[in-house]
Design a protein around this ligand. Structure first.
Ligand SMILES: C[S@@+](CC[C@H](N)C(=O)[O-])C[C@H]1O[C@@H](n2cnc3c(N)ncnc32)[C@H](O)[C@@H]1O
Length: 310
């Protein structure tokens, strides 16, 4: 039996071997980026060969444990993702390279790195669980006007928001130190929540082999999914456990949604269709009026004939 909702302490390459084949709905991994970040235990500087060989070990395990309907999602800088794609193309099926627009520091004599990548692979070419996601329409903070010019087609706008593409500009890195744990690379919860909503159903299992201070576990719990985490460092695990205990499902009229500052940040399209039904367009309204008019005319006509005959 797969023991759920727990963090396993240890090296993920070893601990992943204890997870049975094809038992996980989604694997999300946010490994160290080999950029010499200061972790409590892990030394974040390896030779390129050692780093890539190590990554291939846990990547292979992630593919193995993923269910045939499941997905493998990997977050990293573009440089390392190019190696990952070369490996994963042989063992899984490419779906997307999501560009998460998040500014980083200038390196000098290069283009300013302004996005992280999230690779989205499915275990099998078909029958992968996938749900389209909607995010709220973008508005000007000062004047509340829509940032996108919908021109004369405003009545065709979805009442909640737009369908999310493979470029994400609406989720920001954690900026305030009060929201940060003592960890050098903590991700925002709603980034992972969007991925979970996109690839799983309630009750599914999400595995994160680099749990850090628990972001994936909190996202899973808030969306009523299960999690399994692996983390090298017990200090991070302790921080994670406290936060996970305090987390509660974030439901909107019974539907699990991703909330940020008390507003919905991501919702599945199928749930949005129930909660925010589409409005009729001007053409549809005109057509409906015309139909109603024709019906009335048809009803009146026989009466008119009766009167004439009578
Ligand atoms: C980039 S951080 C993940 C941060 C996490 N996504 C969060 O939001 O808190 C990478 C984490 O992997 C852990 N780690 C490094 N090597 C590991 C290994 N071999 N097995 C398990 N965890 C490891 C580090 O301690 C660090 O917490």
């Amino acid at each position: 039996m797969l023991e759920l909702d727990r963090i396993i302490i240890g090296d993920c390459v070893e601990k992943l071997k204890e997870i049975p084949d094809e038992t996980i709905d989604v694997c999300f991994a946010d490994p160290p980026f080999n950029l010499d970040k200061k972790y409590a235990t892990y030394q974040d500087q390896k030779s390129v060969e050692t780093y890539i060989a190590w990554c291939e070990q846990w990547l292979a395990e992630l593919v193995r444990v993923t269910k045939p309907t499941g997905s493998i999602l990997i977050h990293n800088i573009p440089r390392w993702l190019t190696y990952y794609t070369a490996f994963l193309n042989k063992h899984a099926h490419f779906r997307h390279w999501i560009a998460w627009d998040a500014m980083s520091t200038p390196l000098g004599k290069t283009l300013l790195p302004a996005h992280y990548g999230i690779l989205f692979y499915s275990k099998k070419p078909q029958k992968t669980k996938f749900y389209e996601i909607r995010a709220p329409h973008k508005k000007c903070r000062q004047c509340d006007a829509y940032l996108k010019d919908y021109g004369g087609k405003k009545d065709q706008m979805h009442p909640f928001g737009y369908l999310v593409s493979d470029v994400w500009t609406d989720i920001h890195r954690i900026r305030h130190s009060k929201r940060r744990d003592p960890h050098p690379c903590q991700l925002p919860i709603h980034l992972i929540e969007r991925l979970i909503l996109m690839t799983t159903d309630e009750g599914d299992v999400v595995l994160d082999p680099f749990m850090g201070t628990g972001t994936t576990a909190i996202a899973a719990k808030q969306l009523k999914r299960h999690y399994i985490g692996i983390e090298l460092d017990a200090v991070y695990e302790q921080i994670a456990l406290k936060k996970i205990e305090a987390a509660q499902p974030t439901l909107y009229q019974g539907y699990p949604v991703s909330m940020y500052l008390n507003k919905i940040q991501s919702i599945r399209d199928r749930d949005a269709a129930e909660l925010f039904p589409k409005q009729l367009t001007t053409t549809e309204k005109r057509k409906q009026r015309k139909q109603a008019q024709t019906v009335t005319e048809l009803e009146i006509a026989p009466m008119f004939i009766d009167i004439m005959v009578g």
